[in-house]
Design a protein around this ligand. Structure first.
Ligand code: CP
Ligand code: NVA
Length: 319
């Protein structure tokens, strides 16, 4: 079955050529991405074919492990008729075998876009600066914007994106940072609840608040989980020790224990609250198996939605 052309009605002059941070993307452009993702999702369910990336080659570079991000980009590129090239981390060792500016300038002669997961966020910025082809952030220590877009789609499908409060409980990390940008850009109500010394980055919070000032969003920081969940429509958590922080896992397990999403905490939230987790999940740490597997859990919908939003992002940047 043939499918419709991508709708790019919201393409604006100030839409960046890369997808590195939601803070850089205007709210209406993010809205467009969500609509296109929904369109692609529905079309896929009807068996429609889309060839918007035909003739496009996209490099996949992952310096950290990945299940969801890697597979959804690879499948998404194939479904849009493009070609993905997987570059294993050890094959280039960016900055060791060859400086990043040379790697980026080589890649841009062959590939139309780069999807990269790195430790430092500056590596992505350097790839974009030196390569000149669109770069998509597949997670850095600082941000995880593709995840936040899948979260937005999942929230939209299961409630009210702007009306229902999203309450993130756990580490003030990359996932929480992109949720702060998302809330700022899309006018959402967000509470981020962390242990006192694990709050999100102050500059990210400042930027989120500034954006929220124009979009009608609300961003609150909190340290008490029971207070935080009181008006939650969605409860979200992530691992307590992110990739690269494994040696802090034991210490964090003690500090974060009161922040576990469990039956008692869900019970302190309003009736009907839904549960989100970007995955991978550590049952018994940030979330109990009972809550993870409960009817309220949307975690695999979130994971599915990675595919649809990332196809929309790739189309927007490369089609
Ligand atoms: N949520 C997420 O990004 O999963 P992966 O680390 O498996 O890609
Ligand atoms: N905060 C986690 C997210 C994993 C998808 C990490 O960076 O490991």
């Amino acid at each position: 079955m043939e499918a419709s052309e991508p709708s790019l009605s919201g393409r604006t002059e100030d839409t960046p050529s890369s997808f590195l941070s939601l803070a850089d993307w205007p709210g209406p452009a993010l809205e467009d991405l969500l609509s296109r993702a929904s369109e692609l999702k529905a079309g896929r369910a009807r068996g429609e074919t889309v060839r918007s990336l035909e003739g496009r080659s996209v490099l996949l570079y992952f310096a950290k492990p990945s299940l969801r991000t890697f597979v959804t980009f690879d499948v998404g590129i194939a479904e849009l008729g493009g070609h993905s090239v997987y570059l294993p981390f050890g094959q280039v060792s960016i900055g060791e075998r060859e400086p990043i500016e040379d790697v980026a300038r080589n890649l841009s002669r062959w590939c139309h876009g780069i999807v990269a997961r790195t430790y430092g966020h500056d590596v992505l910025e350097d790839l974009a600066r030196w390569g000149g082809v669109p770069v998509v952030n597949a997670l850095t220590d600082l941000l995880h914007p593709c995840q936040a877009m899948a979260d937005a789609l999942t929230i939209q499908e299961n409630g009210d994106l702007r009306g229902g409060r999203l309450v993130y409980i756990g580490d003030g990390n990359n996932v929480s940072h992109s949720l702060i940008h998302l809330a700022g850009r899309m006018g959402m109500k967000l509470t981020v609840c962390t242990p006192p010394n694990y709050a999100p980055d102050a500059a990210i919070v400042r930027r989120g608040l500034e954006l929220a000032g124009s979009s009608g969003g609300e961003i609150h920081l909190e340290t008490d989980p029971r207070t935080a969940v009181k008006d939650a429509a969605f409860l979200y958590t992530d691992v307590w020790a992110s990739m690269g922080q494994e040696d802090e896992a034991a210490e964090r397990r003690v500090i974060f224990a009161p922040y576990q999403i469990n039956r008692a905490l869900v019970g302190a939230a309003p009736e009907g609250v839904k549960i989100l987790h970007c995955l991978p999940a550590h049952r018994g740490d940030e979330i109990t198996a009972e809550v993870f597997e409960s009817e309220a859990s949307l975690v695999f919908d979130q994971a599915e939605n990675r595919l649809h939003v990332q196809k929309a992002i790739l189309e927007r940047l490369l089609a």
